[in-house]
Design a protein around this ligand. Structure first.
Ligand SMILES: O=C(O)CCC(=O)C(=O)O
Ligand SMILES: [Fe+2]
Length: 361
């Protein structure tokens, strides 16, 4: 008897340095993927973020989670500025009943190469390397933002990228090391299957780095579809020197574009049915599993805090809004009012909802 292959998310793989392809072509491909899926694999060529830098970041993450003492963790615990140690998405988990707590460490923006937070002794000697990694992630995110501006025919095309220029002021941009400890020896049931609860990301773009064979990430492509696993190394990338960087659209790009760019729900879960309404367990991509500790690194890119989240001046977005309005008949109109918030106001709303404990007084 043959078993059916696991169904996985159909996310396009895009090479930003593909020979023979124009910037325009690449921009269109990126936009189509961002509209349809909200997730895009960026082939790892080492041009934007060097492969050595990614390896090194994972090594530092392993040091951090493996060797930091309880006192150090307390000294660096997460504050209202969203920097430091925390549980992952603890708002959607039940910390008392959670057998496998997942952990994260958030680095906020650096100033003149210096972290603006207390770093544990395990990694403070490596501040320079972490800062350089942060900078290359930021540069790649801005390159993608610029291409999305071209693909959406935004006027000017650097509308998104320039809202992220660091010289314009501080932002909520965060580099996050994540650790999901090994499940070995634990009696795990379907009730413990969620390792990071379902959410969409709050920034504009997220870059996610994962390690080969480490399963867990799932997306909900549409509200009526089942959860689907997102392979670390999708078809056609197995012989690449490193897994592709997974990029996803966050809430701010979705808001800026009236929902045209999709901020897709995702979570990290074990392959069990996690709730009564989910009848079919989500599969595991071929070659991946849940042995050992799982590590991932997320770079959440945010615009400067003062950036106003008004509708982007884009022909593509305007055309699409007209189509929806004609279809619905009850749209709010071309120039319909909507309250403009700043990136900072939006971030504060989301942080309050995420870290209830920090904001309880
Ligand atoms: O660990 C992962 O694969 C994803 C984590 C994530 O989605 C997040 O921290 O926002
Ligand atoms: Fe996320």
């Amino acid at each position: 008897m043959t078993t059916a292959a696991t169904e996985t998310a159909h996310i396009p793989v895009i090479d930003l340095s593909a020979p023979g392809k124009s910037e325009q072509d690449i921009a269109k491909e990126l936009c189509e993927a961002a509209i349809e899926h909200g997730f895009i694999y960026i082939r790892s060529s080492g041009v934007d973020v060097s492969l050595e830098a990614v390896d090194r970041a994972f090594q530092l993450s392993k040091e951090l989670f493996g060797k930091t003492s309880a006192e150090e963790k307390e000294r660096c615990k997460i504050l209202k500025n969203n920097r430091g140690w925390s549980g992952i998405r603890s708002e959607t988990l039940d910390p008392k009943n959670q057998k496998v707590p997942s952990r994260a460490f958030n680095f906020g923006e650096f100033i003149n190469g210096k972290a603006q937070q207390v770093l544990p002794d395990t990694i403070s000697p490596h501040e320079d390397e972490i800062h350089n990694f942060f900078q290359s992630c930021d540069a790649l995110a801005r390159r993608i933002l610029y291409l999305l501006g071209i693909g959406l025919e935004v006027n000017p095309p650097d509308f998104f990228a320039s809202a992220h220029l660091r010289e314009k002021g501080h932002s909520g941009t965060t580099l996050r090391f994540l650790h999901y400890p090994s499940l070995q020896g634990l009696d795990i049931s379907a009730d413990d299957s969620i390792r990071a609860g379902a959410h969409s990301d709050y920034g504009s773009l997220t870059l996610l780095f994962r390690l080969p064979k480490q399963a867990g990430l799932q997306i909900l492509p549409h509200s009526s579809s089942p959860w689907l696993p997102v392979p670390v190394q999708p078809h056609g990338t197995l012989s690449d020197p490193s897994p592709p960087i997974l990029v996803n659209i966050g809430d701010l790009l979705s808001y800026w574009t009236d929902g045209l760019l999709r901020s897709t729900m995702h979570r990290v879960a074990l392959p069990y049915s996690s709730s009564k309404e989910e009848k079919n367990p989500v599969g595991v991509p071929e070659g991946e599993g849940f042995e050992g500790d799982r590590y991932s690194i997320a770079f959440f890119c945010h615009p400067v805090g003062t950036a106003r989240l008004e509708r982007v001046p884009s022909e593509v977005v305007r055309r699409r809004r007209r189509e929806v309005e004609v279809g619905d008949g009850d749209g709010e109109g071309e120039e319909g009012e909507r309250r403009v918030v700043t990136a900072d106001e939006h971030l504060q709303m989301r942080l309050r909802a995420s870290y209830l404990d920090l904001y309880k007084d």
